[in-house]
Design a protein around this ligand. Structure first.
Ligand SMILES: Cc1cc2nc3c(=O)[nH]c(=O)nc-3n(C[C@H](O)[C@H](O)[C@H](O)COP(=O)(O)O)c2cc1C
Length: 171
């Protein structure tokens, strides 16, 4: 019952190349595995079109969406293949260090190069180095997330939420 670990944050994974084939899928199952160097992992089912593109290029971008992008997140997470992009209101931009594009509207974009992969059950865990990143200054102030930027969390199926602005500071 993987739902017992929810709510989880929701991200977008961009894969492929502009002008060739580019795809975006929603992904909850993303984690940090090392801070220095910065390494993350994402679990992608082999049935996803995104899986094919990550295997082909060995790269992907993790984009951090805000609640304002929730309709695009739903399209990315419920439709298969690059044709969905025409129905999304996102703008692709050249990344700083890799060939996969980033999403301009996102709160942050992490440019990732695959360094390892392993199949576990029904998903493949791609482990990747974050080789570059960019972010909106208003979303990350004083080196921490500004909750009013609307960071997205997934409850179940098509239900999403944002974080409350109340902060508990432990002394
Ligand atoms: C909020 C949300 C989170 C999701 N998280 C994941 C995930 O972590 N891994 C995964 O393989 N699929 C996940 N999915 C499913 C894919 O996003 C979905 O199958 C998508 O249509 C795949 O697109 P593609 O075939 O174009 O790559 C998620 C779907 C939603 C709606």
């Amino acid at each position: 019952m993987h739902g017992l670990l929810y709510p989880m944050r929701t991200y977008l994974v961009v894969s492929g190349r502009l002008g060739d084939e580019v795809d975006v899928m929603a992904a909850d199952w993303i984690t940090i595995v090392s801070a220095k160097p910065f390494i993350i992992a994402v679990a992608v089912a082999p049935t996803r079109y995104t899986f094919k593109l990550i295997k082909r290029f060995g790269e992907f971008v993790v984009s951090v969406p805000s609640i304002d992008m929730v309709r695009d997140v739903w399209v990315a997470g419920s439709e298969h293949g690059p044709q969905k992009i025409a129905r999304m209101r996102i703008t692709f931009e050249k990344a700083r260090s890799i060939g996969t594009p980033v999403i301009r509207e996102a709160l942050a974009n992490l440019e990732c190069r695959v360094v390892g992969e392993h199949s576990y059950g029904d998903h493949v865990l791609f482990v990747a180095s974050v080789v570059d990143y960019s972010y909106r200054e208003d979303a990350f102030r004083d080196s921490k997330p500004n909750l009013s930027a609307g960071f997205l969390a997934h409850i179940a199926y098509s239900e999403f939420t944002v974080f409350s602005s109340s902060i508990v500071r432990v002394e």
